[in-house]
Design a protein around this ligand. Structure first.
Ligand code: DX5
Ligand code: ZN
Length: 217
């Protein structure tokens, strides 16, 4: 399995200095932007106006992770802002296939996320509608939590289905990704790695990004 992408999460960045925080991760493949609504998850971060400004100044593409209710209503608005990918939660979407199609027709890659306790099996038949499947490796809502090894079989199951169907779908993992855990996720079949505290929580994010790349391969 080829590994590829490190997506630092700005959830762990300094929100007062977002523009310079983005420049510190210029060697990453994309910036992961966590949108939370204090309903789908018990935390509140930022919304569309801030995402639009980040999009305007970011040197790297935006990977938007929506941890919000009513994804059918809101996700297309983020795609319309010109970001690279929009990921909604399966648990928050009424019509995930229609929504994935809308995101793609708005010009964004379509991602769908699963909470740790959500099984992948009901969604295997719709993988072809997606560009990315996000397997949450912590309960969504907060940075700095520990990687849940219990999610590894789900990553393997998804990777197997993607290989079997010869589908161009990336598997992203998000939560508790460090130099210690990234190898296990990569071995299971993940290819896109979100890392918040293990990048922004260090002195030099560029060094941390390089370290994660080494540990993943
Ligand atoms: C958590 C967010 C993550 C978070 C990851 O719900 O979706 O993107 O920033 O943070 P770490 O890497 O610190 O677990
Ligand atoms: Zn996230």
């Amino acid at each position: 399995m080829t590994t590829c992408c490190i997506h630092p999460s700005i959830l762990s960045a300094d929100f007062v200095n977002l523009e310079s925080e983005l420049r510190r991760i210029g060697s990453a493949d994309a910036v992961h932007v966590d949108v939370m609504d204090n309903s789908f998850v018990p935390n509140l971060t930022l919304g569309l106006p801030v995402v639009k400004r980040i999009q305007a100044v970011s040197p790297i593409p935006l990977d938007v992770h929506l941890m919000i209710d009513d994804a059918d209503r809101w996700a297309p608005e983020y795609a319309g802002a010109g970001v690279s990918s929009v990921t909604f939660h399966a648990e928050a979407a009424r019509a995930p296939i229609r929504l994935a199609r809308e995101l793609r027709s708005a010009g964004a890659k379509a991602g769908m996320a699963l909470r740790p306790a959500t099984a992948v099996e009901p969604y295997l038949d719709m993988l072809g509608e997606l560009d990315m499947l996000l397997v949450m490796t912590v309960e969504p809502g907060f940075g700095g939590q520990s990687f849940l090894d219990v999610t590894l079989p789900k990553i393997r199951r998804a990777a197997e289905a993607i290989r079997g169907g010869n589908l161009p779908v990336a598997i992203q993992v998000d939560g508790g990704i460090t130099e210690e855990t990234i190898g296990r996720a990569a071995e299971a079949g993940a290819t896109v790695f979100v890392a918040g505290s293990s990048v922004y929580g260090t002195e030099d994010p560029a060094v941390a990004i390089a370290g994660l790349r080494r540990a993943a391969s």
